[in-house]
Design a protein around this ligand. Structure first.
Ligand code: MG
Length: 395
């Protein structure tokens, strides 16, 4: 097992090296208590440990041990004047007789990297494809890094229509990557890599600037009206630059603060919502509207809903897809709309593809929607054509 502390540098930076050492010895102690007779644990780098176990014979037992280790380390660590939540990522590799110690360690290291990629505070087991996945992920991150600032990242706009009269009420800015060799890469494929590598802050900021630039051209064409919806990641929202960036862009753009809506996914709000609430409030203080994106997928933030200063819920496409055909999905959409109404929130439905879904959402009191039934995400030039083709403007 290759064990690497998650973000340990931040502990040293924030609390000093004495506190860092305290964290390391505490973790070493906790790992030691989970070892069996004959196991070996060693610290092999600044914040890396390796455990060699000859006592485990099957995968289920490995999983149980790795699980316990992740859980044991994640308990708060008392450093005297503060308590630190330190987590680890663990890579597990099992030995066949033909594998050298060095190769085994390399495998565990690859698996550890994959655990980091998957979100840290977890373990992963090496398999035949681990190395390839890790290497292609590293390549993706290298390509992302070198693509920043080169114009490879584009914003496509997806129209949002008011259900009552099909008036255009907004555009959601969606990221696309024009990769030099792979062509157009959808956001789902690279946003996660951008998140895990920390590049999301720089990339996200670049996308925000691009979106504002495009919206300026739309305002030139039709005047103010459609709202710009941008997606902010948790990490981006917590970054130091985001508030200045948005207020600068608002200052120089033709958009009023209320023409901007920042979307953050429900799942991003679940963990440690406290720090985020403060950021959201400051955005809200700028006059910007806030939306919870992919609503319904995160469950637990329902309990926090009243503490988030949001004005809009976006119902996740997976529920819209089941509207009228899947009883549970229909009930969820109905409840979200009821909840939104009682909290005086606006509701936007995502992924509307059929007339039946549109009608049902309208009947249930949903305000607006986006989806292939109306329009797909499109590059700016097409959005300008779309607008000039006689789409109704919201009044
Ligand atoms: Mg969104």
């Amino acid at each position: 097992m290759f064990i690497d502390l998650d973000g340990f540098k931040e502990v040293n930076d924030a609390y000093g090296h004495a506190a860092g050492d305290r964290v390391l010895t505490t973790i070493a102690d906790r790992l030691r208590t989970l070892l069996r007779e004959g196991d070996l644990v060693g610290r092999v780098g600044g914040d890396e440990f390796v455990i060699v176990s000859t006592q485990i014979s099957d995968a289920a037992a490995v999983a149980a041990v790795a699980d316990r280790m992740v859980g044991a380390v994640a308990q708060p660590i008392d450093i005297g004047h503060a308590s630190i939540d330190q987590t680890v990522s663990i890579g597990v590799a099992t030995a066949e007789t033909s594998v050298t110690a060095e190769a085994l360690l390399a495998r565990a290291d690859f698996a550890m990297y994959e655990a980091k990629q998957a979100g840290r505070n977890r373990w992963a087991v090496y398999d035949d494809n681990t190395r390839q996945r890790v290497e292609s992920n590293r390549q993706l991150i290298a390509d992302l890094r070198s693509g920043l600032g080169t114009g490879q990242f584009e914003i496509w706009l997806q129209p949002e229509l008011r259900l009552a009269d099909d008036a255009l009420v907004g555009f959601e800015a969606l990221a696309r990557w024009h990769h030099p060799t792979r062509g157009l890469v959808p956001a789902a494929e690279f946003i996660e890599a951008a998140e895990s590598s920390g590049l999301i802050v720089e990339l996200g900021n670049e996308l925000v600037r691009t979106a504002f630039g495009q919206m300026a051209l739309i305002v030139d064409a039709i005047g103010r009206g459609p709202r710009l919806r941008i997606n902010l990641s948790r990490r981006q929202l917590l970054s130091d630059s985001i508030l200045d960036l948005i207020s600068d862009e608002l200052d120089r753009s033709a958009l009023a603060p209320e023409d901007l809506c920042c979307e953050i996914t429900e799942t991003a709000l679940i963990d440690d919502p406290d720090g985020l609430v403060q950021r959201l409030e400051r955005l809200r203080d700028l006059g910007v509207e806030l939306a919870i994106d992919d609503f319904g997928t995160g469950y637990s933030s329902l309990t926090h809903l009243h503490v988030f200063p949001v004005g809009v819920l976006k119902i996740d496409r997976s529920f819209v897809a089941g509207l009228g055909t899947d009883h549970e999905a229909t009930m969820i959409v109905r409840s979200v709309l009821g909840l939104a109404k009682s909290l005086d929130l606006e509701v936007v439905a995502e992924g509307v593809e059929t007339e039946a879904q549109r009608q049902m959402l309208l009947d249930l009191g949903c305000d607006s929607a986006q989806g292939y039934l109306f329009a797909k995400p499109m590059p700016l030039a097409e959005a300008l054509t779309y607008i000039s083709s006689g789409v109704v403007q919201a009044s």
